[in-house]
Design a protein around this ligand. Structure first.
Ligand code: CAA
Length: 403
């Protein structure tokens, strides 16, 4: 009776799990077509918001923009979109939250689809082999969610198993991969389509003297989607592993709830950011990462590769100082910040894509810029830090080989 059932269940459990660790089988990104040069954004913003008379505020915004180390951002909120939705620039002009939600409802799944189509092409298997979707966004909130709209746009199977992760914030980029790792390792044959699709539609704010921190957000954030496909036990000659996911962890820093937080109101997502953020992250990051580092015999931080959330240049500088990182270690992260801005949860995945592309360009021995181990790491509201320990793959034997 009971003993037989127990044996059957434990057998079943064994059959359900994968053998190997989860690995990244493809990565791709997408951004909206309109590029805004950072040097021209202050003029654009103050003009479309009818704020040209606020000369001192515009000067301050220009100073902040110059400090961001961003060259350009791709943003969906063009003059045309803003004119069609006046309540985004002029919150008193109508139903600001509703109008923003309508923009997000279309834009978020569509950008996700653009990234996912590219990722599936790289992966090389049919989309009907996707078993799970993990979807992250802070841009909007709907029921059913962006995960379902995306699955329909993609033409995925109706039996695809979905996890929707709304409002995680920027650490979401690593959190979605952490969830995908568990799904892939606990479900033999699972192929998880992981997407972060982000945009400024909910958070865009007109310049306001009484809220200078909002100028920092307006200067930093950009739109973008990133997609990775995660699965264990890659099929030889069909699938190629780019990075193995060895370990995943998360921590929150006590008593920092108000350092980064957001609130949905009538005018969209009100977002709050304090100046302590770079300090809080750089003071706390080593403790979490050390848990992972000891698993692989404590390599030096400078012998690892780094795909981290480009939250802002002050955060990156503080992390470099705290971990004594050589200047080139965050080159991929800085490149993403420079070319796309802070794309919320997408940022660290954009950086991971950059790392494998740079590895190819520099003829590196591994997908991780010649290093064996590295981190995917992101931070956001909480204050929360999320990280995964990655193992790269030798470029000669696998990824770039024509086997
Ligand atoms: N709030 C309000 N004002 C700020 C500010 C803040 N957090 N940080 C800087 N400023 C103001 C300064 O007062 C200064 O104004 P004045 O010129 O009028 O004096 C102006 O910005 C420029 O500041 P600095 O000259 O000190 O320039 P800087 O070298 O510090 O660069 C910065 C400015 C680019 C904003 C830099 O401080 C930075 O990178 N900060 C970190 C930004 C940050 O916290 N990013 C995380 C975003 S949240 C996230 O990514 C996670 C998520 O979940 C969404």
């Amino acid at each position: 009776g009971g003993a037989v059932a127990e044996r059957t269940i434990s057998c079943l459990r064994g059959r359900q799990a994968a053998e190997g660790v989860a690995t990244v089988l493809a990565i791709a990104t997408a951004v909206p077509p309109t590029e805004f040069l950072q040097s021209e954004y202050p003029d654009f913003l103050f003009r479309v918001c009818n704020c040209d008379a606020k000369i001192a505020l515009k000067d301050k915004f220009r100073r902040i923009c110059e400090k961001t180390e961003i060259r350009k951002r791709n943003i969906f909120l063009t003059e045309e979109v803003l004119k069609a939705n006046p309540s985004i620039c002029f919150p008193d002009a109508g139903h600001s939250l509703r109008d923003r939600q309508e923009v997000a409802a279309v834009q978020v799944p569509k950008l996700a689809q653009e990234a996912a189509v590219k990722a599936i092409k790289e992966w090389g298997r049919p989309k009907s082999d996707i078993t799970h979707v993990v979807f992250g966004t802070t841009c909007g909130i709907h029921m059913p969610g962006a995960d379902l709209q995306f699955s329909k746009l993609m033409g995925l199977e109706t039996t695809v198993k979905r996890v929707m992760m709304y409002q995680i914030g920027c650490n979401g980029g690593a959190a979605v991969v952490r969830v995908a790792k568990d799904l892939a390792e606990n479900n033999k044959g699972a192929r998880v389509l992981v997407v972060c699709s982000e945009g400024t539609a909910l958070g865009f704010v007109p310049p306001n003297e009484s809220k200078p921190e909002e100028l920092v957000e307006t200067a930093l954030f950009g739109d973008g989607a990133a997609c990775v496909i995660v699965g264990a036990d890659p099929i030889p000659k069909v699938e190629r592993s780019l990075f193995e996911l060895l370990w995943a962890g998360e921590c929150f820093i006590p008593e920092t709830d108000k350092a980064v937080y957001g609130n949905f109101t009538e005018v969209g997502m009100e977002f709050h950011l304090t100046r302590k953020v770079p300090f809080l992250i750089s003071e706390n990051i080593a403790k979490l990462l050390n848990q992972a580092r000891k698993i692989v015999n404590n390599p030096n931080w400078n012998d690892m590769f780094w795909a981290i959330h480009g939250g802002g240049p002050a955060i990156l500088k503080k992390i470099e100082t705290a971990l004594q990182l050589a200047p080139h270690k965050l080159a991929a992260t800085r490149e993403v910040l420079r070319e796309y801005g802070n794309v919320y949860s997408g940022s660290c995945l954009f950086a991971l894509d950059q790392i494998r592309l740079r590895s190819l360009a520099m003829d590196a021995s591994t997908t991780g810029e010649s290093c064996e181990y590295g981190f995917l790491c992101a931070f956001g509201p909480g204050v929360t830090i999320d990280a995964l320990l990655l193992r790269s793959v030798p470029t000669s034997t696998n990824y770039f080989g024509d086997d």
